[in-house]
Design a protein around this ligand. Structure first.
Ligand code: HEM
Length: 402
């Protein structure tokens, strides 16, 4: 890491690598450097522009005509390179195409659909916590943050029981692939064939249980909203983005509540805070750390001139702790007004699955707070490194019953 150096078209440049293992181990000092260096910075290592302050991240997210997604939301520019897999029809699309596919996913993940899932999710959370209370000591990542979403989300989608072990490796691959061509990305793509084969097959209409969310997407072929070729790719979006994100979100929330016992006690004394405790964990830890956009024209952003066809990296996690926007940004406070955080993005691409994430988070935190008196970290937490996701690989804990 170096101090701000010379400028590229009036933009300060830095030689930090936000996809390096040292950065992943502790991104916060670099986030601060990025924010303090200027509203827009240039990162020589991967030849990209970066925005880390809340105002600019929010501005980029909310100007999709200038900062497009159809050229990829990773470092790879789809105008110059072939995408590693067929392009997403929602995440990597711009209006008007995006508007049509987004409408379909919004319907199948609507508040009404959530009402139908709530009871099942809550019962599964209670069961999971009861099983963990029997064990007392366990790994809060494998046995809780992964096990809980795996026990409900694949069933809600209507996936077959066989092959589900591919889901987390596939998602990890997708999120690594947004990054630059470093070891994480190269290795993930080199090992991707079996996971890709599973996902491609699982997204076909015949392989999805009737009544599940996947089948509901295919049903929109019959009403003409999407074509039969588009439907499997939209199911794929939920397999890519729907599991590892909530695993890391729930892992983040448990890690926060274990580290900050005053917040844990606050939650236990007022269960209505469960939903906001999860939301604040999404702000505080930002399970999805970054996304890119590509400029469609030359643009002035907060005094910086960015040419056409440039990649702009949005540091969502740095924006979520920008002191210009947040009071005591580095405190985990479950009573904070979290609205406006960009952990789910903002604007037209803002997470279409956020109601699922919140439902999982709320039901799990509420089950924990009702049944568990204390969560103690009993060993060194280990990080799992990924080019986009922030989370733990293991978190040894011991819990005691309420
Ligand atoms: C805590 C959990 C989650 C986090 C932190 C998260 C984060 C995000 C973020 C930051 C975006 C914006 C992408 C962009 O602007 O380019 C996004 C979009 C998206 N998310 Fe999530 N997500 C979560 C859970 C989910 C779940 C559970 C699903 C599916 C059920 C899902 C499906 C999607 C899809 C399909 C998009 C693309 C939306 C679009 O382009 O219009 N996500 N998510």
């Amino acid at each position: 890491m170096s101090a701000p150096g010379s400028t590229v078209s009036g933009v300060p440049h830095l030689d930090v690598d936000p996809f390096d293992m040292n950065f992943f181990a502790d991104p916060y000092p670099t986030h601060e450097l990025l924010r303090e260096t200027g509203p827009v910075v240039y990162l020589d290592k991967w030849k990209l522009y970066g925005v880390a302050r809340y105002a600019e991240v929010h501005a980029v997210l909310n100007d999709p005509a200038t900062f497009c997604s159809s050229r990829g939301v990773g470092l790879s520019d789809f105008k110059k390179e072939t995408p590693w897999r067929p392009q997403s029809l929602i995440l990597e699309a711009d209006p008007p195409e995006h508007t049509r596919t987004r409408a379909v996913l919004s319907k199948v993940l609507s508040p009404t659909v959530m009402k139908g899932l709530r009871e099942r999710f809550a019962a599964a959370a209670d069961q999971r916590v009861d099983a963990l209370l029997e064990k007392r000591s366990f790994d809060a990542i494998a046995d809780l943050a992964e096990a809980y979403p795996l026990s409900i989300f694949p069933d809600a989608l209507g996936l077959k029981p066989e092959g589900r072990e591919n889901l987390i490796p596939y998602a990890s691959l997708v999120f690594n692939a947004f990054g630059p061509p470093n070891e994480l990305r190269k290795e993930a793509i080199a090992r991707s064939a079996p996971h890709q084969a599973y996902v491609t097959a699982q997204c076909q209409r015949d392989n999805l249980t009737p009544g599940g969310i996947g089948a509901c997407i295919h049903a929109h072929v019959d009403d003409g909203a999407i074509t039969a070729t588009e439907a499997p790719l939209l199911v794929r979006s939920l397999l890519s983005a729907g599991l590892d994100t909530t695993v890391n979100g729930i892992g983040a929330a448990v890690y926060c509540l274990a580290r900050f016992p005053d917040q844990w006690q606050r939650l236990r004394s007022d269960l209505t805070l469960a939903r906001n405790a999860f939301e604040e964990a999404v702000r505080f830890e930002s399970p999805v750390q970054t996304f890119f956009r590509t400029t469609t024209r030359e643009v002035d952003l907060s005094g910086a001139t960015i040419g056409e066809g440039e990649k702009v990296l949005m540091f969502l996690a740095a924006a979520n702790r920008d002191p210009r926007r947040w009071d005591k940004p580095d405190s985990y406070d479950i009573t904070r007004r979290t609205s406006g955080h960009v952990g789910y993005g903002s604007g037209i691409h803002m997470c279409v699955g956020q109601l699922v994430a919140r439902l999982e988070g709320e039901t799990m935190l509420s089950a924990l707070a009702r049944r568990v008196a204390s969560i103690e970290i009993t060993g060194e937490p280990k990080r799992r490194f990924n080019n986009t996701l922030r989370g733990l690989d293991s978190l040894p804990v011991t819990i005691s019953p309420a």
